[in-house]
Write a protein of this length. Structure first.
Lengths: 110, 118
């Protein structure tokens, strides 16, 4: 069964700092990685997705993907207290199955 | 825009009873629907996945006998938690995907149904 591992489990960064979150899949059939953010008491909302090797940037958020190692990372620069949330990494295959990791709890301290 | 509605938002049931929850995709034609459970510890588990023209596929540890799902079409899905016990507590999320290649279409989540068991 596919496993999606995220690290660290929790992360505290100062306001304005850089937050870096990691995610690795064990399934060679994975073709897309997704990053979702879930604020407390809310449903997950998609932040970014990536399927090509390399980097994708959207505003303060940058996602990297290394397809050979099935590793993706999410970097948030100039972190804000409103970025404090549970960040979920998910991997999808062409069967439509999306598997989530256990998440990283990010806390941005003012 | 594309939305996924879930009903009810919260529910409390007595141990050993059953409860039904519903999910509706609005504003797009769903091509796949997945039910997830997020435990109180925030761990995500895929319960089952339905895609166009294929049977509902349940994940390990989840069965049709315990979590029967029905949908006249993929834009409307309902799932029942039969004989709910404490370990069934959590947030039940429905995610639906729209038209396009199955893997690269984003999953829209509903707000979830929070199940508490007394």
């Amino acid at each position: 069964q596919q496993k999606v591992q995220q690290s660290p489990e929790s992360l505290i960064v100062p306001e304005g700092g850089m937050a870096s979150l990691n995610c690795t899949s064990s399934d060679r059939n994975v073709d897309y990685f997704w990053w979702y953010r879930q604020h407390s008491g809310k449903s997950p909302k998609m932040l970014m997705s990536i399927f090509s090797n390399g980097e994708k940037e959207e505003g303060r958020f940058t996602v990297h993907l290394n397809k050979a190692s099935l590793h993706t990372s999410l970097h948030i620069r100039d972190s804000q207290p409103s970025d404090s949330a549970l960040y979920l990494c998910a991997a999808s295959t062409n069967t439509g199955k999306l598997t989530f990791g256990d998440g990283t709890v990010l806390t941005v301290k003012p | 825009g594309a939305l996924v509605y879930q009903y009810p938002r919260r529910t409390i049931c007595k141990s050993g009873t059953s409860m039904r929850m519903e999910c509706q995709a609005v504003g797009f034609q769903a091509t796949s629907v997945a039910w997830y459970r997020q435990s109180p510890q925030k761990t995500f588990e895929l319960i089952a996945l339905s895609t166009v023209n294929s049977a509902i596929k349940y994940e390990q540890n989840f069965t049709q006998e315990k979590f029967p799902i029905s949908h006249p079409n993929l834009s409307f899905s309902s799932m029942t938690v039969l004989n709910a016990y404490l370990e069934d507590r959590g947030l039940y999320l429905c995610g639906a995907r729209g038209q396009g290649a199955i893997s690269n279409e984003r999953l829209f989540f509903g707000h979830g149904t929070k199940l508490s068991v007394l």
